[in-house]
Design a protein around this ligand. Structure first.
Ligand code: G6P
Length: 427
């Protein structure tokens, strides 16, 4: 069975492969294809992966290619972890945000918007090529902004897709650690969008343990939100809503303090990640290294491979198990369109993910969810059609964007900076 990793030159690839090799008896992948335009990184990751294989005695081969078609042809799974414009584009988004005094974060607000405009055409190129060379394959998307990219594939391709994020599984792992639970016994009543979600209830082996889990999360909130004022606002929101709040909700519930934290840093997160990556690739080249290094934990992708291969294993073995993923709504969250991407519990089996019918979100969370969903859907439309008006409307709607006049100026600037990746659209 062939697995393609698109963006195989990423510093996350060893994390992903480590998770695959640990479960190879349940997921019979015999060939992994790493595809990336960066040949140097590809070779480093491939050599490291081969050492991991030798060390573990895993029956799997590693192939590299810079050609998308070669990677995708007859693949059973394609995992996308691409970064269009590489880290430099993420840093440019962050700096544009700083210039306009707004959040320019990788997935939320301006940064997520710019990243989506750059990325959607490439994700759709992958999906459309899969329709030709691997029509029965699953596209598993980690590429940020994961919810928006997943919605683009849902709406504009026939390929079966599931969007993934490490946040939901991270919540299960943290709750289990704090309360000494077996993670397999924890389920969540989880509703929202990618990076905009709430947990209304936690259950352990069928028993409602929400109060105990929330108290533990509040006790350990420092691990989630380092900065005190932001943390206090998040604790306030968690207590008043009686729900656990996704880490990324800080940009909405504590906008001023989250922005202040970004503004006071000497480096943007993208600049920090560049340094972490340089150190990681130096490590990956060490011929004595055959297991993923500790330094990988300096990236934000904890549990990344667990999420990926829980999902693949459940599809492959038709488990009909419950996992939180980003998928087509299909009526599961009342008041949202069928064809939008939502992040909810779904049943995972041989046909992919089927969202489980949800209780309607209360107005206290539904309002923000509707607003951001409308922004996301307009962003998909803007990217697919190269439509400036849709792009402007998306910005105007987003609560973290500037005033109407500045949105026009910012959009012009953003499109000019990103022109190399927009391939003539919008102009
Ligand atoms: C979390 C998020 C991911 C994001 C990552 C950023 O894991 O869920 O969507 O990509 O953080 O990590 P980085 O090391 O790139 O800042």
């Amino acid at each position: 069975m062939k697995l393609a990793i698109i963006g195989g030159g990423s510093s996350y690839s060893p994390e992903l492969l480590d998770g695959l090799f640990a479960r190879i008896d349940q997921i019979p992948v015999s060939e992994v294809w790493l595809m990336d335009p960066d040949e140097k990184r590809l070779e480093i990751n491939a050599a490291f992966a081969r050492r991991m294989i030798r060390h573990r005695g895993v029956p799997c081969s590693i192939h590299v290619t810079t050609r998308l078609e070669e990677a995708l042809k007859e693949a059973r799974y394609a995992i996308t972890q691409i970064r269009v414009g590489q880290m430099a584009a993420r840093i440019a988004d962050e700096k544009l945000g700083l210039k306009y005094g707004i959040v320019g974060q990788e997935t939320t607000g301006l940064g997520g918007f710019a990243c989506a405009l750059r990325t959607i055409p490439r994700i759709l190129e992958i999906a459309h090529l899969m329709e030709e060379v691997a029509p029965d394959a699953f596209l598993i998307n980690f590429t940020n902004p994961a919810g928006i990219n997943t919605e683009a594939v849902i709406k504009h391709s026939k390929i079966r897709t599931v969007g993934l994020c490490n946040v939901p599984i991270g919540m299960i792992m943290d709750a289990s650690k704090h309360l000494n639970y077996d993670p397999a016994g924890v389920t969540m009543d989880y509703v929202g969008l990618n990076h905009l979600s709430w947990v209304r209830h936690f259950y352990y082996k069928g028993e409602d343990v929400t109060d105990a889990v929330l108290e533990k999360f509040i006790e350990h909130a420092r691990l989630e939100w380092e900065e005190e004022d932001t943390r206090n606002n998040m604790i306030e929101a968690i207590r008043r809503l009686g729900m656990f709040c996704n880490y990324y909700l800080q940009y909405y519930y504590s906008t001023d303090t989250a922005l202040r934290t970004i503004q006071h840093k000497t480096k943007t997160r993208g600049e920090e990640v560049l340094e972490v990556e340089n150190a990681l690739f130096a490590k990956y080249q060490d011929e004595s290294l055959s297991e993923k290094p500790e330094e990988l934990s300096k990236r934000g992708g904890a549990h990344y491979s667990t999420a990926a291969f829980h999902l693949v294993e459940a599809i492959e073995n038709n488990r009909q198990s419950r996992q939180v993923v980003c998928c087509r709504n299909n009526g599961a969250v009342p008041t949202f369109d069928d064809d939008v991407a939502v992040e909810v519990s779904a049943i995972i089996g041989k046909d992919g993910a089927k969202a489980i019918q949800q209780q309607a979100p209360a107005p206290s969370i539904r309002g923000l969810m509707q607003l951001v969903k409308a922004y996301e859907s307009l962003t998909v439309e803007a990217a697919v059609k190269g439509d400036r008006d849709a792009a402007y409307e998306a910005m105007l709607l987003h609560p973290l964007m500037p005033n109407a006049g500045l949105c026009t100026k910012l959009l012009d600037e953003l499109l000019e900076i990103n022109a190399p990746w927009l391939q003539g659209t919008f102009f």
